[in-house]
Design a binder for this molecule. Structure first.
Ligand code: UDP
Length: 192
């Protein structure tokens, strides 16, 4: 489908509903999928850091996560249909996981935030399989890598902030054919 390019990034031009329906198909067919939910800060950072820009351009979907991206699209007279946020996308993925008993791995945030997030996710989405989690303050990723490789989750939500989360995903996405999504501060919200 069509994209609209802003600051050298091809943003998907779909509604949230169309996007989630596309992701549902990716999950069903076990296709390895990398999602960057790009707010203006990420887009500008990528523009200023060519290596990170290249990495973001390898994503399967770059979504407009912020009103600033929508505004920019209107200014260049190629209006994007909708804002698609990391938090909303994560929520939809957790709902899909709950409905289909999918395996989910959560990576990131401070230990106490992650702990509360795990508790809340288990309560709100009791039928999904929360197969593993790790906080976002590690120096060695070996244990996390081994876990993900062994557990083969369908969805890996990475909340390390940018550019760490996108770098982690680009480096490790071949561990399993999952939906890999960088979700920024989403666990801070889910923990509340
Ligand atoms: N974080 C982390 N490890 C780090 C740095 C950040 O797990 O080394 C977490 C942090 O605790 C927070 C999230 O990543 O939960 C970053 O949230 P923020 O709102 O700053 O997201 P950004 O806008 O940077 O993507």
């Amino acid at each position: 489908s069509k994209t609209i390019t802003i600051l050298n990034l091809p943003f998907i031009n779909t509604t949230n509903q169309q996007f989630i329906s596309n992701l549902q198909k990716k999950i069903t067919t076990k296709q390895n999928t990398f999602i960057v939910t790009a707010n203006p800060e990420i887009a500008v950072y990528a523009y200023d850091h060519p290596q990170f820009q290249k990495l973001v351009q390898t994503a399967d979907y770059i979504t407009p996560d912020g009103i600033g991206i929508i505004k920019a699209s209107q200014i260049i007279q190629q209006p994007l249909k909708e804002r698609i946020t990391g938090f909303d996308t994560l929520t939809s993925l957790l709902e899909i996981a709950n409905n289909s008993s999918l395996k989910v791995y959560l990576l990131g945030a401070k230990p106490e935030v992650l702990q509360k997030t795990v508790k809340n996710v288990k309560k709100k989405y009791p039928k999904l399989q929360l197969v593993g989690s790790h906080d976002g303050y590690f120096s060695d990723d070996q244990e996390i890598v081994a876990d993900i490789k062994q557990l083969q989750p369908n969805i890996v939500a990475v909340a390390l902030g940018y550019p760490k989360q996108e770098e982690f995903i680009a480096q490790h996405r071949q561990l399993c054919p999952a939906i890999w999504i960088g979700v920024g501060g989403s666990f801070d919200v889910l923990s509340g």
